[in-house]
Ligand binder design. Structure first.
Ligand code: PGA
Length: 251
């Protein structure tokens, strides 16, 4: 199977522009040592332009942490796909659990954002994941099925084939509790099975499903060795050169 692993860093609301530029430069150089994997960095909106200029000669993909559904208009606080493209953005994280939980974004809004991204030529990194409560109530598969179908509503197979899906169990984000490699593989396998049912085999096999939630230098190798784990979406450990470089250099 020829899915190229994607190691993605989500810097959330951290780092000054100067710090983001410096870290991006170092990481992009590290990433360029590899042909067999891709690296994505998602700085805060204000750092996108400067980071783009700093790494535009590298293969590292620049990503935004969200994207509006409309191209332009009266949407205070939002940034559209064409605006992001203008500063070199190739991908956007959509539906992150912090957007869902803290900012009240629901499945319908996330679906609109996915369409807005694709229409503007931005690759969505579409995040889904269950809470601890849902996992304990054995609702994990049901919740993920719901988030996946609602988020991908009205997307053609061709559109889905261009996306990245991130499985991020909410209970593992920023908590230091990683899903075990078995737990993560089980869910990734299930997501791929859903894609197979909804779309054609080609799509299910092409879509990268990355894992997020306390990925660290000491657990990345085991996670990446799983058949259906095609990468990592990393928060805390992406903020330091040493730890994210080690994750990029997973074995
Ligand atoms: P974490 O965050 O690596 O700090 O758990 C992951 C994420 O929110 O994408």
């Amino acid at each position: 199977m020829s899915r190229k692993p994607l190691i993605a860093g989500n810097w959330k609301m951290h780092l000054s522009v100067a710090q983001a530029v410096e870290l991006a430069r170092g990481l992009a150089a590290e990433a360029d040592k590899h042909q067999d994997r891709e690296v994505m960095l998602a700085p805060a909106f204000i750092a996108l332009d400067a980071v783009h200029k700093a790494i535009s000669d590298s293969k590292t993909f620049l990503a935004a942490q969200n994207v509006a559904w409309a191209e332009e208009g009266a949407f205070t606080g939002e940034v559209s796909a064409p605006m992001l493209r203008d500063v070199g953005v190739a991908m956007a994280i959509i539906g992150h659990s912090e957007r869902r939980q803290i900012f009240g974004e629901d499945d319908a809004m996330i679906n609109r954002r996915i369409h807005g991204a694709l229409a503007g030529g931005i690759i969505p990194v579409f995040c889904i994941g269950e809470t601890l409560e849902q996992r304990e109530a054995e609702q994990t598969f049901k919740v993920l099925e719901g988030q996946l179908s609602a988020g991908l509503a009205d997307c053609t197979a061709e559109m889905v084939a261009r996306m990245v899906i991130a499985y991020e169990p909410v209970w593992a984000i920023g908590t230091g509790k990683t899903a075990s490699k078995e737990q993560a593989q089980e869910v990734h396998g299930y997501i791929r099975q859903l894609l197979l049912q909804k779309y054609e085999k080609k799509v299910a096999e092409a879509v990268r499903i990355v894992y997020g939630g306390s990925v660290k230098p000491d657990n990345v190798d085991a996670l990446m060795a799983q058949a259906d784990i095609d990468g990592a979406l990393v928060g805390g450990a992406a903020l330091k050169f040493e730890s994210f470089a080690r994750i990029i250099n997973f074995k």
